[in-house]
Ligand binder design. Structure first.
Ligand code: PGA
Length: 264
């Protein structure tokens, strides 16, 4: 897989789009000019991986799976394995999304999935996030610490994966975490991982990222990218998020904090 840029902008299409619609959206995203330090990846449903792969062929847009099983093959009805995703043209995979954890997926299973992904050369996006109740009652940092350690592969090189902090209360709700919420948790994750291993995985934010808040979120130095759900189904909204990342990158490269200074 191509080397990943400074920013990862990931579009999780969830259970949306049939083959034709997926190909059209993928083609529209692939047609956008892409900055060198901004890596875009789309995560169509399994049934549309092939048509999306055809549509992004020759472009810099990467393809990923929304989940994989921890085993390579076997009697696991309805599941798809990491080598199958590789075969379908994927370079990345999301594991441990809260919508899967809500269906009973445990952190031990997420860990097994992340290990399978890395074993087969897929960049794993390991999701963690607390509920609204935990956020209100406190103790969410301890919860996230446990979820993080239980979900991460035991041995694998941590530079081959990214962590996505996705507070459940911000997913699909239109309620975005504040800059202070994000900074607190991302710094906490960075600290936790630092004590385990010298590697520096990317830490992404997810939860109601839209065209109108991407610039503010991506401007935070602790944010290495975003995992976008709803807005990734709209080519112009997703492109605007890619442009926000490109703008920040070029401002940083020129040493000009520009209009983002106020929130850094
Ligand atoms: P959302 O979803 O952007 O629609 O909130 C984010 C996600 O589930 O990854």
């Amino acid at each position: 897989m191509a080397k990943l840029g400074r920013f990862l902008i990931l579009g999780n299409w969830k259970m949306h789009l049939t083959q034709q619609a997926a190909a059209e959206l993928a083609a529209a995203i692939a047609a956008q000019p892409q900055a060198a330090e901004v890596t875009a990846a789309i995560f169509p449903p399994f049934t549309a991986l092939h048509s999306a792969a055809q549509a992004v062929k020759g472009s810099a847009v990467l393809l990923g799976g929304q989940d994989c099983h921890g085993k390579d093959e076997g009697a696991f009805t309805g599941n798809v394995s990491a080598p199958m995703l590789r075969d379908a043209g994927c370079g990345l995979v999301i594991v441990g999304h809260s919508e899967r954890r809500a269906q009973g997926e445990t952190s031990a299973q997420v860990q097994e999935k992340a290990e399978a992904a890395l074993r087969h050369g897929l960049h794993a996006i390991v999701c963690i996030g607390e509920s609204a109740a935990l956020r209100e009652q406190g103790g969410y940092l301890e919860f996230l610490t446990r979820q993080l350690h239980e979900s991460l592969p035991e041995t694998a090189a941590r530079d081959k994966l990214s962590i996505a902090y996705e507070p459940i209360w911000a997913i699909g709700t239109g309620k975005t975490a504040t800059a202070e919420n994000i900074r607190e948790v991302h710094e906490h994750i960075r600290q936790e991982l630092g004590t385990l291993n010298g590697e520096k995985p990317r830490i992404l934010y997810g939860g109601s990222v839209k065209a109108n808040n991407a610039l503010e979120i991506l401007s935070l130095p602790v944010v290495d990218g975003v995992l976008v759900g709803g807005a990734s189904l709209d080519a112009s909204a997703f492109s605007a998020i890619l442009e926000a990342a490109a703008q920040i990158d070029s401002n940083r490269a020129s040493g000009n904090p520009g209009q983002h200074k106020a929130i850094l």
